[in-house]
Design a protein around this ligand. Structure first.
Ligand SMILES: CC(=O)N[C@H]1[C@@H](OP(=O)(O)OP(=O)(O)OC[C@H]2O[C@@H](n3ccc(=O)[nH]c3=O)[C@H](O)[C@@H]2O)O[C@H](CO)[C@@H](O)[C@@H]1O[C@H](C)C(=O)N[C@@H](C)C(=O)N[C@H](CCC(=O)O)C(=O)O
Length: 492
């Protein structure tokens, strides 16, 4: 597409130069790119930058046009807009040929469970035969082809979202499942997309307050997804349900139209009767944790509303292979080692309670708390760790530019107030080695917080990280390897 074509609907005259991409970070601008200058977001812990200050750098790197919010005179075509983030999304959509017109989009949001629900929904649609793409924290999928996630994002910036959807549509896939964070909705990363179905899995008002400011603003951001979707699939237990029910909707969970009865937690997963407006059937989901019932209901409701038959959904649930880094069992004997992404007090509590029920010995925990994220999480994590684990090893978890010592002290103080047993081991690898060295037969060691993530953020560096590889290395060093499922075979 040429610059003239791209900017035509915006009333900006531009030469017929070929546009090779759009970027909002000057460091990613290449020859032939459009640079969109975005003002940074003021957060309590850091002063924002402003993309407008990087326009000279973007021009030096070859930007052929610029979009921004200030009045500027530039040597290349310049489009001044009221909201640069909104413009970024609309330009990206146009540049990539409005790929949402060629795909049925299903968006999944929620404070907890959105990655699992999105993965499961993708699996159901894929197993149902239509061919589906997935964009999530856990990575990307184009049909069966898996790719690592785009950076540290759940939902990346609009240029990446639209480029991915274009690739999915070009491959002939019929549907796209997008995990959509509240940040993405607030920052207009998915602006302009028409969602056929919007799924709202769960809401915990105390998450992400550092970014959204108030629980109302946080809820409002998440609600945008379902309010813009043609059909809203809603957890019947959500707050402000009357507001969300104003649109066409399907409710799941107790009191809803899609619900589970007689849940049994078995060693290999969850068994329940699935009731839906399309009929009822016996369901088995090979995942641990009663809380996964909610995710299963959300994904099933969305798949059914999308047109999958009930039998297809039941078959798909039974063949789901679980989610990497979510209650993933690395070793079963002589002690169990489990990796989970739990990084808030609430999710840590759920993970520890689930594991306690099937642990004969002690429950050991390796956990930290992120820097530059809501500091209240530290208190919650420290308290839950002390209350529900027999011993916690507090360690680093993406402390970023914050002082790691301060974060560890906050965790320790919270644990102390609960009378818990803990050790401070700043280096995460060392903490994992220490916890595994201490484990005895019948114990469970939970490595919480990093899950599937591929980086560990120290200062301004994002170091490569693979929690499972570190756990396996420690087990090998301790002479335990060979007794568990081994690499790539996690899952209960
Ligand atoms: C809080 C948040 O979302 N911040 C996003 C925001 O950063 P910011 O406003 O602080 O950016 P900034 O550093 O002040 O810079 C301002 C502008 O100048 C630009 N710049 C900056 C430096 C430079 O050399 N050149 C340049 O052009 C930047 O690209 C940016 O556009 O804009 C940046 C550029 O788009 C994003 O990368 C950044 O996401 C950061 C990486 C992030 O970690 N976001 C997280 C919180 C996030 O989005 N998480 C959700 C999931 C949350 C969850 O459910 O757990 C997600 O969807 O991933």
């Amino acid at each position: 597409m040429t610059l003239a074509e791209l900017f035509a609907p915006f009333g900006l005259k531009a030469p017929p130069l070929e546009v090779r991409g759009i970027a909002l970070d000057s460091r990613r601008v290449e020859e032939g790119f459009v640079f969109v200058a975005v003002p940074g977001i003021p957060l309590p812990h850091r002063k924002p930058l402003d993309g407008h200050d990087f326009i000279p750098e973007a021009l030096k790197r070859g930007a052929i046009a610029v979009v921004g919010e200030r009045a500027l005179a530039l040597p290349v075509p310049y489009l001044r807009v009221r909201d640069a983030r909104e413009a970024l999304a609309h330009l990206s959509r146009r540049l990539h040929g409005e790929p949402d017109r060629r795909l049925a989009l299903l968006g999944v949001t929620g404070s907890k469970g959105k990655s699992t629900t999105a993965s499961l929904l993708h699996h159901l649609l894929q197993a149902g035969g239509g061919g589906a793409a997935l964009l999530s924290t856990l990575g990307l999928r184009l049909g069966e082809e898996a790719r690592p996630p785009l950076g540290h994002f759940t939902t990346p910036e609009a240029p990446e979202v639209y480029a991915f959807l274009r690739e999915a549509a070009d491959r002939g896939l019929k549907a796209g499942v997008l995990e959509v964070s509240s940040h993405a909705l607030a920052l207009k990363r998915v602006e302009g997309l028409t969602f056929r179905i919007g799924v709202f899995v769960s809401f915990y008002p105390d998450d992400h307050l550092d970014f959204h400011g108030t629980p109302e603003a946080y809820f409002g951001a998440k609600a945008l997804l379902v309010e813009r979707a043609e059909l809203a699939v809603l957890n019947a237990a959500l707050p402000h349900l009357e507001r969300l029910r104003a649109r066409p909707h399907l409710l799941f969970g107790p009191g809803g139209e899609v619900w589970g009865e007689g849940l049994r937690e078995e060693a290999g997963g969850l068994r329940f009767t699935l009731h839906t407006p399309w009929g009822s059937g016996e369901a088995f989901l090979p995942m641990l944790g009663a809380y996964n019932l909610e995710n299963a209901l959300a994904a099933s409701a969305a798949a059914l509303a999308h047109g999958l038959p009930l039998e297809g959904v039941l078959e798909g649930l039974a063949t789901f292979r679980g989610v990497p880094g979510r209650m993933e069992v690395v070793q079963k004997e002589p002690f169990r080692v489990v990796i989970d992404f739990a990084h808030t007090g609430k999710s840590l509590e759920a993970a520890l309670k689930t594991l306690r029920a099937t642990t004969r010995g002690r429950l050991l925990l390796v956990v930290g708390a992120a820097g530059e994220r809501d500091p209240r999480r530290r208190e919650d994590i420290g308290r839950v760790a002390a209350r529900l684990a027999d011993k916690a090893f507090f360690t680093e978890e993406d402390h970023r530019t914050e002082d790691l010592g301060g974060i560890l002290q906050a965790l320790a103080q919270a644990a102390e107030r609960e009378g818990g047993t803990y050790e401070l081991v700043p280096d995460r690898k060392e903490a994992i080695f220490r916890a595994l060295a201490e484990a005895q037969e019948g114990d469970t060691v939970l490595l919480a917080g990093k899950g599937h993530e591929h980086t560990l953020e120290r200062g301004t560096l994002a170091l490569p990280w693979d929690e499972k590889a570190v756990a396996l290395e420690a087990l090998r060093a301790l002479g335990h390897l060979g007794q568990g499922p081994g690499p790539g075979k996690g899952g209960l």
